[in-house]
Design a protein around this ligand. Structure first.
Ligand code: GLU
Length: 309
């Protein structure tokens, strides 16, 4: 496995020159474009890593999987899906076009509009505190914390997200104060993790909510099923279809350069590489996952008689 991960890294690195680090949140532009790393965990707890797997990064849109879990746990299926849909969108993650043309409610919880509504559904005294507690619990790391500079940077420059929140309020989809909901959302996006943290979380998702290492049921199965389905159909922005065909692994990416991926075989994988392609997905990360999918036969719909190439 070590040598497969090394090969995946070499393969992923080849693509770095054709992408760019995100800069619409100024703090993100400081990331080192040469970084690329991966962590993979098997159900028996064996962990494999390669490259810059220990470099911390902010979750950004990966936070949308945790906020969905928290909303489903605290508000329930009916409430959440009365406010947000389950359909993929062919538009970019921060698009307002569907809001402007009144295609409501927002298509799914993995795009900004849908995630902002999902955050507003969370029933908790302090939604961010609950969110952070959930992240720490599912990543088995109590030191996970907010990256204050990224949070402030995003709060200062998040005008597109503000437009989204106010449009949602004008159509009575978003209840509550837009600035307050946005502040929760910006906090959640700015939580800092490593690939080791996210691979640990992915391991739980990959095993239907049961942590195979401790034997504890960490999440209800129905919630995990919804989250993984939406990761497969909507988790890679408007590249979700292509990534589903090529890699076929339920995954969620963030503009911070992370990708969290859960396999049918019960593996948890996370990649980090801040250089993004035009759709906003880590270019090294997507290629490493495609490589591993092919080498290890990880496609969710792979034929039983498939021969790895
Ligand atoms: N915080 C980012 C934003 O809302 C998250 C976007 C992403 O990772 O796709 O713009």
């Amino acid at each position: 496995m070590d040598s497969i991960l090394q090969d995946a890294l070499i393969y992923g690195k080849k693509y770095l020159p054709s992408g760019k680090v995100a800069n619409y949140i100024p703090e993100l532009a400081k990331a080192d474009p040469s970084h690329l790393g991966i962590c993979l965990m098997l159900p028996d707890g064996s962990t494999y890593q390669a490259g810059d797997f220990q470099v911390p990064f902010t979750m950004q849109s990966i936070a949308k999987t945790f906020s969905l879990i928290l909303a489903l746990k605290t508000a329930g299926y009916e409430t959440v899906f009365s406010k947000v849909g389950m359909e993929p969108t062919g538009d970019c993650f921060d698009s307002i076009v569907q809001l402007e043309t009144k295609q409501l409610p927002p298509f799914n919880p993995m795009i900004n509009a849908g995630a902002i509504v999902t955050v507003s559904c969370i029933k908790a005294q302090d939604p961010f505190e609950e969110f952070l507690a959930l992240v720490r619990q599912l990543c088995f790391n109590n030191t996970i914390a907010l990256n204050e500079s990224v949070y402030l940077s995003e709060k200062r420059t998040g005008m597109r997200n503000r437009s989204i929140a106010y449009l949602l309020q004008s159509d009575q989809i978003l209840e509550g104060e837009p600035e307050q909901v946005l502040d929760q959302y910006f906090h959640m996006c700015s939580v800092e993790v490593t690939t080791v943290d996210l691979a640990r979380y992915a391991l739980i998702l990959a095993n239907d909510g049961l942590d195979p290492i401790t034997g504890t049921q960490m999440l209800e199965e129905w919630i995990v099923r919804i989250v993984k389905t939406l990761m497969l159909t909507c988790g890679m922005y408007d590249e979700s279809g292509e990534f589903a065909v090529k890699a076929g692994i339920p995954s969620k990416s963030g503009v911070g350069g992370g990708i969290v991926a859960t396999t049918e075989q019960g593996m948890g994988i996370a990649t980090y590489g801040p250089v993004l392609n035009q759709k906003g997905n880590s270019i090294g990360g997507t290629h490493m996952l495609e490589y591993l999918s092919s080498k290890l036969n990880l496609h969710s719909f792979a034929s039983k008689t498939y021969t790895a190439v």
